[in-house]
Write a protein that binds this ligand. Structure first.
Ligand SMILES: Cc1cc2nc3c(=O)[nH]c(=O)nc-3n(C[C@H](O)[C@H](O)[C@H](O)COP(=O)(O)OP(=O)(O)OC[C@H]3O[C@@H](n4cnc5c(N)ncnc54)[C@H](O)[C@@H]3O)c2cc1C
Length: 325
């Protein structure tokens, strides 16, 4: 790894060159970044983007890297790790910078006797990554707590502030997923006052539910697929319920959990090389040590194929691919 200084004028921003990205990711998979920049404030972020433009390179932003798959060949441009970590209280709101881990924001809300974000305690991502994918669990979603958002538009070079409607949140979707030039800087979370004991109980409940159902501490990227929407076509829907009567328990929800389908197909525990489908949660792939992105891609292809053949459904990835173009 070498240190690259773009120019004397920008001497304070050191950019590392040829950095192995595996250790930065929850999956522990992926090759090298041509350049890596870790930014702690907006000026450093602007510098990193400027550096990429100046060298005619693409850039990609990373939060906690808990929902991504990096190619074995790595990323040929500039990887920008967002380490903006400030939190401020404003009435019953928290203004949280993009690089703050969700769990840290939850803890701070409890310290401030504010409630409404407890559900996010076990999500290992950052606020920026969570807004981008409208992360959610236990009935909560980012869309329910985000009031305002500040972002840097890397095309125009302007910092803007917008409201919740601008984000166009939907299930694991937001405007930021389709506009990679918009880099989230901070988010205003709208919360309410509540006694901290009640919040503390909620946090304990969510944490224990999570450790019962998921592989905590394993190398994974969380859910690989989004849950799949029920077909609009009544005949297809009826066929699914005929094939798997137990699916009726999900019929009041808009989507069918992929983990349930994988379990029904008997795929839990299936291995390709060093990657396996979790025995606890059918939508988690576990890196058993030394797994490659290629093995993950093969496993994703196999699961899609099984689900399509058996159920005529087309699962879509929730994880984001980096370096595959
Ligand atoms: C064990 C485990 C459990 C999980 N449980 C859940 C769960 O319950 N619910 C859930 O929804 N998810 C869950 N996840 C997935 C993941 O933690 C979330 O999607 C999280 O919100 C991703 O945030 P991140 O900071 O890790 O984003 P990253 O993985 O770093 O990035 C994800 C995407 O967001 C982009 N991005 C990151 N930061 C910014 C920014 N500041 N501005 C613009 N774009 C940005 C990246 O470019 C990338 O495309 C889980 C993952 C693991 C490993």
């Amino acid at each position: 790894m070498t240190l690259y200084r773009p120019s004397l004028a920008r001497i304070f921003m050191a950019i590392k060159e040829h950095v192995d990205l595996k250790p930065y990711t929850y999956f522990k998979i992926g090759g090298e970044a041509r350049f890596l920049s870790e930014v702690k404030n907006i000026e450093e972020l602007k510098e990193a983007v400027h550096f990429a433009k100046e060298h005619n390179l693409p850039f990609v932003v990373l939060g906690a890297a808990s929902n991504i798959l990096i190619a074995d060949s790595g990323y040929r441009g500039v990887v920008i790790r967002v380490l903006l970590r400030g939190i401020q209280r404003d009435g019953t709101r928290l203004v949280v910078e993009a690089g703050v881990p969700d769990a840290v924001a939850v803890r701070r809300s409890l310290d401030e006797k504010l409630s409404g974000f407890e559900w996010a305690i076990g999500i290992p991502g950052t606020i920026g990554g969570s807004v981008r994918g409208n992360a959610g669990c236990f009935g909560g979603e980012m869309k329910d707590v985000v009031e305002r958002i500040r972002f840097f538009d890397a095309r125009s070079g302007v910092v803007e502030e917008k409201d919740n409607a601008f984000c166009r949140f939907a299930y694991r979707e937001s405007v930021f997923k389709h506009s990679t030039h918009l880099i989230i800087l901070s988010v205003t979370l709208s919360l309410h006052e509540r006694d901290p004991d009640t919040s503390q109980k909620l946090v304990r409940k969510y944490s224990s539910l999570r450790s019962d159902a998921q592989d905590i501490g394993s190398s994974s990227a969380g859910c690989v697929f989004k849950n799949v929407p029920w077909p609009d076509d009544e005949k297809k829907r009826a066929r699914l319920l005929w094939l798997v009567p137990d699916l009726a328990e999900f019929s009041k929800f808009p989507t069918i959990p992929i983990g349930f389908l994988v379990d029904h197909l008997g795929l839990k525990g299936r291995k390709i090389g060093n990657i396996s489908i979790s025995k606890k949660h059918g939508n988690y792939l576990i890196n058993n040590g030394g797994a490659t992105a290629e093995e993950v891609i093969m496993m994703i292809g196999m699961i899609k194929e099984y689900i399509h053949r058996k159920f005529d459904l087309y699962p879509e990835e929730e994880i984001q691919y980096i370096g595959f173009d």
